[in-house]
Design a protein around this ligand. Structure first.
Ligand SMILES: C[S@@+](CC[C@H](N)C(=O)[O-])C[C@H]1O[C@@H](n2cnc3c(N)ncnc32)[C@H](O)[C@@H]1O
Length: 232
């Protein structure tokens, strides 16, 4: 591991979103606002109103990688479910991941009172000791939202998780900082959002993801959708 990461304090200096004077050991929780949340929903194409031609996609499960107290994720789910008129059976669900147990505790309570279905994981994806990409696949996650600093995006673990997810047909949306190992598909420059969505079977730019990252193939995702009666 990079020496800088071995020190208890994060190498946050010089990053514009870090509050001046911040000296905590855990990364600070900086919330993404509602305007950016709505723009992210649009860029990820989660807010398409179903029609006869585009029926509702009951598959969508959105993960916020580094979710803090869940405000962004809960707001996103509420927004999408409201405007796409989902039913309880077709509602977009969430998976929130953060290593700060206090924030996850708050997120759990907030989701309950908001009535949104979210699975919360207290988990350190920098260490990634328990195959997060595999866990996301088992939760049928289709979209991952990421607001992390460049050093985290560059970590082998985070790179492996995002690359494997993207190669499996998932949609990644990054706010403010972008990974240089994924190829951008579309962007919202005003809101500083970039989406990465791969055509099935194409390799990502970051070929070296280390052992254990075989990637979930599009066919496996389709098979899993078919098992659940989603793909005709
Ligand atoms: C910039 S905040 C983004 C919060 C939320 N996604 C949003 O957009 O409002 C980054 C979050 O990532 C979490 N985080 C940072 N490093 C992490 C790690 N190694 N494992 C899990 N969570 C982490 C922090 O606790 C913080 O809540």
């Amino acid at each position: 591991m990079d020496d800088e990461w071995a020190t208890p304090t994060f190498a946050f200096h010089g990053l514009d979103y870090i509050p001046s004077g911040y000296s905590g050991i855990l990364a600070p929780y900086i919330e993404t606002g509602p305007g950016t949340m709505r723009a992210a929903a649009t860029l990820m194409r989660l807010d398409l109103i179903p029609t006869a031609i585009t029926p509702p996609d009951p598959l969508s499960v959105v993960c916020d990688l580094g979710c803090g107290d869940g405000d962004f994720l809960i707001g996103l789910l509420a927004h999408v479910n409201r405007i796409t008129h989902t039913t309880q059976a077709t509602a977009v669900r969430g998976v929130g991941v953060d290593y700060n147990a206090e924030l996850i505790k708050t997120a759990t309570l907030n989701a309950l009172s908001a009535g949104e279905r979210v699975r919360w994981l207290t988990y350190d994806f920098n260490e990634d000791r328990d195959d997060l990409a595999g866990q996301l696949a088992r939760q049928h996650v289709t979209h991952v939202f990421v607001y992390l600093v460049p050093k985290q995006l560059a970590l082998r673990t985070v790179r492996g998780i995002l690359t494997q997810f993207c190669e499996g047909g998932g949609v990644v949306c990054c706010h403010k900082f972008q990974p240089d190992y994924l190829t951008a598909t579309r962007r919202d420059t005003l809101m500083d959002l970039v989406v990465y969505e791969m055509a099935a079977g194409l390799p990502t730019r970051g070929a070296d993801r280390g052992p254990g990252f075989e990637g979930l193939r599009k066919s496996e995702i389709l098979a899993s959708q078919s098992d659940r009666g989603i793909v005709k």
